[in-house]
Ligand binder design. Structure first.
Ligand SMILES: C[C@H](O)[C@H](O)[C@H]1CNC2=NC(N)=NC(=O)C2=N1
Length: 168
């Protein structure tokens, strides 16, 4: 087996917040067009990703991301090289289950037109990272995709849930 430490983010990544922690936003408004203002009560998983064009999307700030993070349990908010992203890890039963999980996630991504980075390492460690590449940051699209991935029934794929890192 392997220890939890191997599943944690590399040290140069700063985990800002996990969705299990309560988030106390200092700023109660979403930034600019990252999140439509009249739309904040609709559950993310029932929304649709919008096309990502740098013209009308701006990356959301940490406070906004922290608020939306509450709606995507198990996802971490990570800052990497000054850029925010969403990350979630699972330990799958075997390599092929990892590939099958990728296919399920890919189906969602293709339907939404929004795509995560998929990692399968050390035969059974799956890590999914999501951000909006076109703008180099997080938009509501990323949280919508994370919420839809959360709706997958992963029972047949998982060995057991990967423990979250204890530090934050
Ligand atoms: C037009 C279309 O929305 C873009 O090409 C999409 C496709 N999927 C994408 N996925 C992600 N994660 N970020 C993007 O910027 C992105 N761009």
């Amino acid at each position: 087996g392997f220890g939890h430490s191997q599943l944690q983010a590399p040290t140069f990544n700063r985990i800002l917040c996990t969705s299990k922690l309560p988030w106390k936003p200092l700023v109660m408004e979403y930034s600019a067009k990252s999140v439509p203002e009249d739309d904040t009560k609709t559950h993310l998983s029932s929304k649709k990703c919008v096309p990502c064009s740098a013209n009308d999307l701006r990356p959301m700030n940490e406070d906004s991301a922290g608020m939306l993070l509450e709606q995507v349990p198990g996802w971490d908010l990570v800052k990497e090289n000054g850029q925010l992203l969403l990350r979630k890890s699972w330990k799958v039963k075997n390599f092929l289950k990892g590939i099958e999980l990728f296919q399920k996630i890919a189906d969602i991504a293709e339907t939404e037109g929004h795509h995560p980075n998929l990692h399968l390492e050390n035969w059974n460690q799956v890590r999914v990272e999501i951000w909006t590449h076109t703008i180099g940051g997080l938009t509501e699209n990323d949280f919508i995709l994370a919420a839809k991935i959360n709706e997958l029934n992963l029972h047949e794929f998982l060995r057991k849930a990967v423990a979250k890192s204890k530090s934050s």
